[in-house]
Write a protein that binds this ligand. Structure first.
Ligand code: HEM
Length: 135
């Protein structure tokens, strides 16, 4: 995968440092813009979900150069998401809200180039999850 890993890493650390509630802000945006997905998030307590998502994002950002890890991990994650009732179009909604939360938190570290790098990375990751969901 040909991603701008260094730009993705630097904007992610800037965003996480500036805004410890980055992931919570993402959920708030998602549930405000797409309230229809809210009932799907009922297995775990909100804090636990936020922690799992935070850890998953950190792990993915750490492995952007490891195509094998990305494919194995994200395809398995995509299969689990099928069980959660996630439909393909929802990946666009999550991507939109994740990028909006990141852009807001990253502040001055954000740029058109960062938006481009994150858009490409998210599309690639979502694509791997969707591949896993189709197996
Ligand atoms: C790159 C995209 C995504 C990543 C990295 C991600 C990550 C995660 C992680 C780490 C979990 C915790 C449990 C597990 O490992 O399966 C989870 C659960 C979940 N995700 Fe995602 N996810 C993504 C996309 C989506 C999308 C598009 C939806 C659709 C609305 C979604 C809905 C859910 C739901 C409903 C759960 C279960 C929540 C609960 O515990 O109640 N995810 N996700």
């Amino acid at each position: 995968m040909n991603l701008n890993a260094s730009l993705i890493r630097s904007t992610f650390s800037a965003a996480a440092e500036n805004e410890p509630r980055l992931v919570q802000n993402f959920y708030n945006l998602l549930f405000t813009r797409y309230p229809q997905v809210k009932p799907m998030f009922s297995r775990n307590a909100p804090d636990k979900q936020a922690q799992m998502l935070q850890e998953a994002l950190v792990a993915v950002v750490d492995h952007l150069d490891d195509a094998t890890w990305l494919a194995d991990t994200l395809r398995a994650m995509g299969r689990k998401h099928l069980d959660y009732g996630v439909e393909p179009q929802m990946y666009d909604w999550v991507g939109e809200c994740l990028l909006a939360a990141l852009a807001d938190a990253a502040g001055d570290s954000w740029s058109d180039e960062a938006a481009q790098a994150w858009t490409e990375a998210y599309q690639a990751l979502a694509g791997l999850m969707l591949n896993g969901a189709q197996d």
